[in-house]
Write a protein that binds this ligand. Structure first.
Ligand code: NAD
Length: 490
């Protein structure tokens, strides 16, 4: 249920060295997509602000990185408690700036809490290695932080995506510059305030708001050692190439076009509700959302039930808004193009409005049947509550369609046959696979990350893989027995 706004939100300001920073340059209006109301102005910063944030982070690094891991996680035990304490307020902030429903926004904060729980478990996971490699000689490997690192995030999870990276990077001893999406800058402000309240020293976490100019200054900055990026594939490629060519570590997560393969033996109610929830949850603005359903052979009964389920989803009630007027226009254009190309619109979300919120950006749930693999709705990321159904005769054809996508974030299969599910698990070309699960997000401690053009870089962004990403190994050999005979190592 979407609730009326009740909180006073913070103004979007750069946050440097533990303080709100003055900004004289151009600003952009922040609009609530729920009703088009003005929420704030966001600074469109550039290189000087990135320089100031990096300077603060660099100065904070020696003290923060010299603390033990067990000391550093104490901040996040307190911070986790603050997330719980401020759950309603943080939920409302996501709700008003992103437009997702109250329940979806709350689930986002709960996921941020889970990500903090992984971060505070680091002392149990990051245990250094030591071995006596010859009598009296020890080799040890220790994980050391990189220095100043940067995290760049998209609009669709204003609270959760920064929590994919910031807690792990900080707990492992780095200091951080965050560049939130300029469309949703407010949640990050509360993150900075609450981290400060939890005892994080000034300079360890900095925020620079803005767009392309800030991202480019981050990729070019000599004193930033690693960059994580989450956003569209086009920008992920630019960031990966620019940061890597400046000799930084980079992991850049891109867009998605997730295929759900539905077999005729799939459980009717569960499959229909999972597919519809996957495509319409968060108004289809999840990188894990179902975008194409490949129906194998006789699945008409499942499609009929999906149509019935989709008709219970009402914009402004159990479906949030999309992020902007431009997003609404883009999504509706895709639907119209598919219709013009001969597809059949079974449920049509175009032209949705919400009484009393005429300034908001709403698209109703949309089911498009008889889509062919060459249509734009079959190939391109729509990022709205739309599912395109492609019908095939065989599972092999369905797998070939999934494999032909440039993306590879998630894929799922719905069936009651373990053997057929196993075939899809092995053959799907995606990083995250669901069996009878429409949004197969790996929960902590399992790592999140796609394949193909859904991710550039070696590491996954969360879980154990992120430990490799945010640290470097120091290898030390020691000898404390002066009596020992000299050998080739001495
Ligand atoms: P976006 O690529 O437009 O923006 C992401 C970030 O890049 C923002 O901080 C933005 O300010 C910055 N940016 C935008 N254009 C830029 C440019 N030309 N040069 C440098 N920086 C630029 O993405 P978005 O619209 O905010 O988010 C939606 C996209 O993110 C979708 O494609 C979605 O699939 C993807 N996404 C992927 C994942 C994943 O895990 N793979 C997770 C969440 C979102």
């Amino acid at each position: 249920m979407i609730t009326p706004t009740q909180i006073k939100w913070p103004e979007a300001k750069n946050h440097i060295n533990g303080q709100v920073a003055d900004f004289q340059g151009t600003t952009m209006e922040v609009i609530s997509p729920l009703d088009g109301a003005r929420l704030s102005e966001v600074p469109m910063s550039g290189k000087p602000e990135v320089d100031a944030a990096v300077k603060a982070a660099k100065e904070a690094f020696p003290n923060w990185s010299s603390k033990t891991l067990k000391e550093r996680v104490q901040v996040f035990f307190r911070y986790r408690a603050l997330l719980e304490k401020h759950m309603d307020e943080l939920t409302e902030l996501v709700h008003i700036e992103n437009g997702k429903t109250w329940d979806e926004a709350k689930a986002e904060i709960e996921k941020s809490i889970e990500l903090c729980e992984f971060a505070v478990s680091m002392p149990q996971i990051v245990v250094n290695e030591v071995q006596e490699v010859s009598r009296g000689v020890e080799c040890r490997i220790e994980r050391k932080p990189l220095g100043v690192v940067a995290c760049i995030s998209p609009f669709n999870f204003p609270n959760m995506v920064p929590h994919w990276t910031v807690p792990n990077a900080l707990v492992l001893g780095n200091t951080v510059v965050l560049k939130p999406s300029e469309l949703v800058p407010l949640s990050a402000m509360r993150m900075a305030e609450l981290l400060k309240e939890a005892g994080l020293p000034n300079g360890c976490f900095n925020i620079v708001h803005g767009g392309k100019e800030v991202v480019e200054a981050i990729c070019d900055h000599t004193h930033i050692e690693a960059v994580s990026f989450v956003g569209s594939t086009a920008v992920a490629k630019l960031v990966y190439i620019r940061a890597s060519s400046n000799l930084k570590r980079c992991v850049a997560l891109g867009g998605a076009k997730n295929h759900l393969l539905v077999l005729p033996d799939a459980h009717l109610e569960m499959t229909a509700s999972n597919v519809v929830a996957s495509m319409s949850g968060c108004a289809g603005q999840r990188c894990m959302a179902a975008s194409v359903m490949v129906g194998v052979d006789q699945v008409q009964h499942i499609i009929d039930k999906m149509v019935e389920d989709a008709k219970t989803i009402v914009p402004g009630e159990n479906l949030g808004s999309v992020i902007s007027a431009a997003a609404k226009e883009r999504i509706e254009k895709y639907i119209s193009e598919a219709e013009a190309a001969g597809a059949k619109i079974l449920v049509d979300g175009r032209g949705a409005t919400v009484p009393g919120k005429e300034g908001g950006f709403y698209v109703g749930p949309t089911i498009i049947d008889y889509v062919t693999p060459d249509m734009s709705v079959a190939k391109e990321e729509i990022f709205g509550p739309v599912i395109s159904i492609i019908r095939t005769k065989t599972l092999d054809e369905a797998i070939a369609i999934e494999n032909s996508s440039n993306y590879g974030n998630a894929a799922a299969v719905f069936t009651q046959s373990g053997a057929l599910a196993k075939v899809v698990m092995e053959k799907a070309s995606a990083g995250m696979i669901g069996v009878n699960i429409g949004v197969p997000v790996p929960r902590e401690p399992f790592a999140f990350g796609g394949w193909n053009e859904s991710k550039f870089g070696v590491a996954d962004i969360t879980g154990k893989s992120s430990i490799e990403f945010w640290t470097q190994n120091k290898k030390t050999s020691t000898k404390w027995n002066p009596e020992a005979r000299t050998n080739w190592m001495s």
